[in-house]
Write a protein that binds this ligand. Sequence first.
Ligand SMILES: Nc1ncnc2c1ncn2[C@@H]1O[C@H](COP(=O)(O)OP(=O)(O)OP(=O)(O)O)[C@@H](O)[C@H]1O
Ligand SMILES: [Mg+2]
Length: 223
Amino acid sequence: MIELRHLRRIYPGRPEVVALDSADLMISEGEWVSIVGPSGAGKSTLLNLIGLLDSPSSGSYLLEGVDVATLGHNRRAELRSEMFGFVFQAFHLVGSRTVVENVELGLVYAGVSRRDRRARAVEATASVGLAERVDARTPTLSGGEKQRVALARALATNARVLLCDEPTGNLDSETGAKVLAQVSKAHHRGMTVIMITHNHEVARLGDRIVHMRSGRIVEGGGS
Ligand SMILES: Nc1ncnc2c1ncn2[C@@H]1O[C@H](COP(=O)(O)OP(=O)(O)OP(=O)(O)O)[C@@H](O)[C@H]1O
Ligand SMILES: [Mg+2]
């Protein structure tokens, strides 16, 4: 499903930073891949490229056989919202909207009818343990609660690939376990999961662990 060949991402500047150095990575549909490595290893850079939030400096990225470099701006944006759900350190929640409205917003882009949106959004919000906060404005939420809203939004849209950057980093162990249980459920329904984590127990939940160091995939990239 996802095939990266010699992918590089260089951030220009003095000195320039080689954030990703010739990464080769294959991910099949339905896999759960954990990404581990020290701070600064290039993990978030890799996830941004996979989620079409950023473009590589060189190398190729085939998404279901399509070279994403050949896509126009609109098709790329369409593909991003059809394929990917994002649970990131920076949450991209709309502060002027409530929790449930933020979850619904994902469904607007996914083309779900207005009638079905609210019910699905409420259900997804409850599934991450935030039933009591559906009508809260997102700036009044804690960091971990915001991250759970992002997860609810990704789950509600039936994204095919869930991209998680430290999804349990801000959570106590009980809430973290709840979130991981929801991810597991989605994975069992066939969702592909790519999850960055610093927690080795969480990493072991994946089918495979990709190890990164200094911008390189040093183990687990597949062939
Ligand atoms: N926008 C940017 N401009 C310049 N350098 C950047 C930029 N974003 C990241 N970098 C650099 O690229 C390297 C890889 O960063 P990245 O965010 O991918 O690391 P990471 O593995 O996600 O680390 P962490 O575990 O701390 O989140 C780091 O050296 C970082 O300083
Ligand atoms: Mg990071």
